[in-house]
Design a protein around this ligand. Structure first.
Ligand SMILES: [Zn+2]
Length: 564
């Protein structure tokens, strides 16, 4: 769909008056906008030979770029034109060198500026997987990780309410800290489970086979299984902080019953129930042949959680319950959830937050989960009227919402989302009627705003799967573009993963420092929705902290892309 059509869908009108709300204190990172250089944005990971290959230059006057092979092969150099590109993320010129398919190590030159070197080779992305998956090992809790940290948290944890000690050792530290949130750290498992399912032993080109993936999966599940209450429901976190604070974010003496023991939060949230059920069902699929006994344990846990909970909640929870139903082959329930979700889709292609909250769906982590779950349902319900409706809904989301929004910047990223009016006193970019959008999360709404690499990764997952199911290669290109932004094709020319690409900021990782393969929260926007990134060692968590969901969605999407 062309942008004009998109504008017609939303309708055009002035932005609503700014809401009068209290403003959170400005964060110093809000002033960290891109300098004049580097102007070249290109993916540092490189490109598959058959992929679409783009460069973005933040100099509208630039007319051409030179691509040169700087590797050991025969000399090669070619000049390409740059076209001025309409972009809501600032003036830019765009170049395309998709015609170059020969393998090599290349560099781009624009004027006097050189880009970081990058490869064109078939395994450009695949070769990252061992580095990225090694991140999970470094984040293990309850064991010494040589060269990373000594044995930790053998005294996890005491219940917040009864103070009873419950063994909840194991699992992974979630981020640049030592806490163990269930909803976030389960994303590590989804990433690994997806690699296991879609790539099998071929996931590692070095031939390590499935053993390392399965060992890591079991380590995570030690903790997850312990977090299931006897009634089948799962608790929220260990060490999340007693009053929403950082009080449990510390190393301990590993002795049960001493003052530094951390707390188990026994509260029950709907999202954790749905994710846990889907995840344990996927564990059963992964292990049913190699270790049927372990697979049965996981399936029992999934069924117990399924039976202990009603399938309800907002669109996020219902989408995860839909995935759980599909994994458990509960097709009648899957159909019921589909019958709730499909009628909620709006004419603009997006979903609302819930049946009772019409605000367009936005989620910093599971940004594309509703259409992805519906796409999974389409496969199960194939050749039924409901299956056809699911396919149409996903097409509508991509064609009427994702593609037109991606067209609004030279980088092709999916903005954070669409809003009704201007709910907080900051910039909302005009769409139509009372609809606005921001590329990045609002910074005047609440304390919690951060980079959106998981949101981009979840859309990459949707687009990768839909490209395969609907034979739409352009959607695959759009999937890869989300990762090109994360790995260097952005206004800072910076890769947001440690040890991959260049100009990585130092991570907000206060306990163990740099972890190779760790993916940071990513570029945020300031009040003007202009990109910001801490490149000056201020330790800002909003842009530079590692987080499980980014890894999870990257691995999940790569599993689809690399098996297509
Ligand atoms: Zn630990």
């Amino acid at each position: 769909m062309k942008r004009r059509h998109f504008l017609e869908v939303f309708g055009l009108s002035p932005v609503a008056a700014l809401a009068q709300q209290g403003q959170p204190r400005a964060d110093p990172v809000e002033t960290m906008t891109p300098g004049p250089t580097p102007a070249i944005g290109v993916c540092h990971v490189g490109f598959h030979p058959n992929a679409r290959k783009r460069v973005v230059v933040r100099q509208q006057a630039a007319r051409s770029f030179v691509l040169r092979d700087i590797g050991s092969g025969p000399a090669f150099q070619q000049e390409f034109p740059l076209q001025s590109a309409a972009s809501d993320l600032g003036p830019a010129a765009m170049g395309d060198f998709s015609a170059i398919t020969r393998e090599g190590l290349y560099q781009i030159r624009v004027g006097e500026e050189l880009s970081p070197p990058f490869f064109i080779r078939p395994d450009a992305w695949r070769r990252l997987l061992p580095t990225v998956t090694s991140y999970h090992r470094a984040q293990r809790c309850g064991v010494a990780v040589p060269n990373v940290h000594p044995v930790c948290h053998l005294d996890d944890a005491r219940r917040r309410d009864t103070r009873e000690h419950i063994d909840t050792t194991g699992g992974w530290h979630d981020a640049g800290d030592l806490r163990k949130w269930m909803t976030a750290t389960m994303m590590n498992a989804f990433g690994l489970l997806a690699l296991h399912r879609h790539l099998g032993a071929a996931w590692d080109l070095a031939g390590s086979g499935l053993a390392p993936l399965e060992e890591e999966l079991r380590w995570g599940n030690r903790y997850f299984l312990k977090m299931q209450n006897s009634d089948g429901r799962v608790w929220a976190d260990v060490a999340g902080g007693v009053n929403g604070d950082n009080s449990d974010n510390h190393w301990t003496d590993n002795k049960i019953g001493t003052a530094d023991d951390r707390y188990l939060n026994p509260s029950i949230n709907g999202l954790a129930q749905a994710m846990f059920t889907a995840m344990q069902a996927m564990y059963e699929h992964a292990f049913r042949d190699s270790d049927p006994g372990y697979g049965a344990v996981c399936l029992r846990a999934a069924n117990k959680c399924w039976q202990a909970n009603a399938r309800k909640g907002g669109v996020t929870e219902l989408s995860w319950w839909l995935l759980a139903a599909i994994e458990l082959e509960q097709n009648a329930t899957a159909e019921q959830i589909v019958d709730i979700l499909l009628p909620l889709q709006q004419s603009g292609g997006y979903w609302p937050m819930s049946a009772t909250d019409p605000e367009p769906y936005k989620h910093a982590v599971h940004g594309a989960l509703p259409p992805f779950a519906i796409l999974e349902a389409a496969r199960v319900l194939r050749r039924t009227p409901r299956g056809h409706s699911c396919e149409s809904a996903v097409r509508r989301y991509i064609e009427h919402y994702v593609v037109p929004l991606c067209d609004r910047s030279a980088y092709g990223i999916v903005p954070f989302g669409v809003f009704t009016g201007s709910p907080t006193p900051e910039r909302y970019r005009t769409l139509q009627r009372n609809r606005t959008y921001r590329f990045f999360m609002p910074v005047r709404k609440q304390f919690w705003w951060l980079g959106l690499n998981a949101h981009l990764g979840s859309h990459a997952l949707l687009l990768a799967q839909a490209a395969r199911d609907f034979q739409q290669p352009a959607w695959r290109d759009l999937a890869v573009r989300q990762f090109e932004w994360i790995f260097g094709n952005n206004p800072f020319g910076a890769s947001l993963a440690s040890g991959i690409g260049e100009r990585n900021p130092y991570p907000h990782s206060r306990y163990v420092g740099v972890i190779p393969g760790g993916i940071m929260n990513g570029i945020c926007g300031n009040a003007d929705d202009e990109p910001i990134l801490d490149t000056t060692f201020r330790g800002n968590w909003r842009t530079n902290e590692y987080w499980s969901p980014h890894l999870g969605y990257f691995e999940w999407a790569q599993a689809i892309l690399e098996s297509s």
